[in-house]
Design a protein around this ligand. Structure first.
Ligand code: FES
Length: 90
């Protein structure tokens, strides 16, 4: 598990951002919302990310992981030109 503060840019997913900074995060389904290996906890900056859509919500719910701040990194896109996000990975 690691705690990280990342700068993210519009249109990038959290997964894109994490991988571009040479941080290791599993993403077994290749970013297709078909696993939960990319799950992260967003500690701050969630307002700069796209709201959760039904496929992400359903996937997290199926795994019993639907909680405030929990996102699938491959599904959360930055909607601000630039933002700082604080997260925890497992
Ligand atoms: S990589 Fe599988 S849901 Fe994100």
């Amino acid at each position: 598990m690691y705690h990280k503060i990342l700068t993210i840019f519009k249109g990038d997913t959290l997964l894109d951002c994490v991988l571009s900074q040479d941080l290791d995060i599993p993403h077994e389904c290749g970013g297709n919302c078909a696993c939960t290996t990319c799950m992260v906890e967003v500690l701050s900056g969630e307002c700069y990310l796209t709201p959760m859509e039904p496929p992400e919500r359903d996937r997290l719910d199926l795994e019993g992981q639907l909680q405030t701040g929990t996102r699938l990194a491959c599904q959360a896109l930055c909607i601000s030109s630039q933002a700082v996000i604080e997260l925890l990975t497992s």
